[in-house]
Design a protein. Structure first.
Length: 130
């Protein structure tokens, strides 16, 4: 497995939330790249690798966060994914389980909880890469 170009890829159409999460993680020493639309995130992931993806479920576009994760997995991305959402329907939970989502986080996200989940997700990615 190649060295990660970035640690965390964030996808959220709420630019304020995207910015605050990216700043929090960058302040903790992670290399972060954020996107507000799914097309840009997928385009970036074609040429880059990342350890952890933090994706919003509802993206205000045709694709949702799980669609993007499925696309990245088909492309061969060996990353650990965290889904952030305000509402979790049963069908969404089942699909997330099928895609092996590491963790579901409900909005509003608490910074301490996010950092804990990211730490555990990074450890899982490193373990899988070993």
């Amino acid at each position: 497995m190649t060295k990660k170009d970035i640690d965390i890829l964030i996808l959220d159409d709420d630019v304020d939330l995207l910015t605050s999460v990216a700043e929090l993680l960058a302040d903790c020493g992670y290399r972060v790249k954020g996107f507000a639309d799914p097309e840009s995130a997928v385009e970036f992931a074609v040429d880059q690798t990342f350890a952890v993806g933090i994706f919003d479920f509802r993206l205000g576009s045709v694709k949702n966060g799980l669609d993007v994760i499925e696309t990245l997995q088909v492309m061969g991305a060996q990353s650990t994914y965290v889904m952030v959402t305000a509402d979790v329907e049963r069908s969404t939970q089942v699909r997330a389980t099928d895609l092996k989502i590491f963790e579901f986080m409900r909005k509003p996200v608490q910074p301490e909880e996010l950092l804990d989940i990211v730490t555990r997700a990074m450890a899982l990615t490193e373990k899988l890469a070993a």
